[in-house]
Structures are given as structure tokens and as C-alpha cells.
Design a binder for this molecule. Structure first.
Ligand code: 13P
Length: 216
């Protein structure tokens, strides 16, 4: 069955690189998660691409919160999705608990689809942050041990975690962590998996093209 591929550029990329990705953006099973600064350009390339932001403010709509970008603003600029609770935000910005729950609520209220990231602590994270939203959001399981390390999880352990997260109430579960054009062939065998979240490999045109094609 066809899987969704989300490319997460993290704090990488440029206007030039994004223009080079114009053909990749035409794939219907692909969503690109961009830094805020590139979202407008992505929409003006007119590829019909689905675009995600990588975070949104804990504050709701607008106001005196210098430097913040709200979910409402993301919707206004044309984003369809937002990643919330990525392990890098948990690690470097101490995000957890009520902050993440509030961000999810803001994003849903703004009409964005949420890609909610959890790691090895998924049980506790989901129970503290997202239980009430679980049916309506995408849960991305990204073990810290696999992010950017080359230590991709095997299909059996992805299946196991996927089942456990579904038992908590999730309907759509993705996997992320060191996905590349070789290991994607094994990962997509996990029938229940909704898709994959790809970091480093999503910055290379040939690599992400192969991952997307393998997932169609
Ligand atoms: P890598 O694919 O670089 O391991 O990153 C995974 C990730 O964090 C995607 O959000």
C-alpha cells in the first residue's frame, strides 16, 4: 500500500535548493516540512505541493510575542501541516507536556494537520500531551537513537511500536530516523505504517526521489 513521505529539512535549505526541488514537489504522496522562511516560496512555485511547518507558537493567534509564528499565520501563508514535538525541539528547547498539548490544540483549531513526534518515551509523551487528540493527528515515532545516526529501526520493532501506538488510540503512525533509499524497501513492508519522516536524505534530490517512488 502506498505510503506518505514527509521530508523534514530542519534548519537547512535555501531558495535556490527549493527551486531545484520543483519536480519533486509534484509527487502526490510527498509533504515537505520547511523552515518558515521558505514556505511562501514553496507555495508560489505552483506545484500543488503539500507543505508543513516544523513548529508553531504556543500562543494562539497574534499578539505581542516577538519572534513567534502562530498556527493561524501558517495556515494563512498556505501551509497544510505542522510538525509538533520533534525530538530536536524537546532536546534543545525543553518542549514537553502542556506546551506541546497547547501547540497541538492551536494547530487543530487553525485547520492544520498535525504531525506529532514522539520518541522512545512515546507512552508517557502521548499520555501527557496528546491522548485527547490522537484520533485526529498523525503520530510520528522517531527514536532518538535513529535520528541522524544511521541506526534505522528494523521492520519488526517498527511494527511492534506501531501496534502499541495504535492501541493507545492513534489511527495514523509514521516512522522516522535514518530512512534512506535502501532501507525504505524494508520499512514500507510494515503494513500498518502510514508513512515515513525523512531528515538528512530529504535534502538530496536523487535520494528523496527514490524514497518517494519506492513508497507509491
Ligand atoms: P534523519 O532522517 O536525518 O535521521 O532525521 C529524521 C528526522 O528527525 C526527521 O524528522
Amino acid at each position: 500500500m502506498s505510503k506518505i513521505v514527509v521530508g523534514n529539512w530542519k534548519m537547512n535549505g535555501s531558495c535556490t535548493l527549493l527551486r531545484d526541488f520543483k519536480d519533486i514537489l509534484q509527487y502526490k504522496n510527498f509533504i515537505l516540512a520547511l523552515p518558515y522562511t521558505l514556505i511562501h516560496l514553496a507555495k508560489t512555485l505552483n506545484t500543488g505541493a503539500l507543505i508543513a511547518a516544523q513548529d508553531c507558537s504556543v500562543f494562539c493567534q497574534s499578539g505581542a510575542y516577538t519572534g513567534e509564528i502562530s498556527a493561524v499565520m501558517l495556515k494563512d501563508i498556505g501551509a497544510e501541516y505542522v510538525i509538533i514535538g520533534h525530538s530536536e525541539r524537546r532536546r534543545y528547547f525543553a518542549e514537553c507536556g502542556d506546551t506541546i498539548a497547547q501547540k497541538i490544540e492551536n494547530a487543530i483549531n487553525a485547520g492544520l494537520q498535525v504531525i506529532y513526534c514522539v520518541n522512545e518515551d512515546y507512552n508517557q509523551q502521548i499520555n501527557n500531551e496528546a491522548l485527547q487528540f490522537l484520533e485526529n493527528i498523525i503520530v510520528a515515532y522517531e527514536p532518538v537513537s535513529a535520528i541522524g545516526t544511521g541506526n534505522v529501526s528494523d521492520a519488526d520493532s517498527i511494527t511492534q511500536i506501531c501496534d502499541a501506538i495504535c492501541e493507545l488510540g492513534a489511527k495514523r503512525v509514521m516512522y522516522g530516523g535514518s530512512v534512506n533509499k535502501v532501507n525504505i524497501k524494508e520499512i514500507i513492508q510494515v503494513g500498518k505504517l502510514y508513512g515515513v519522516l525523512v531528515g538528512g536524505a530529504s535534502l538530496k534530490i536523487d535520494e528523496i526521489a527514490d524514497i518517494i517512488k519506492a513508497s507509491i
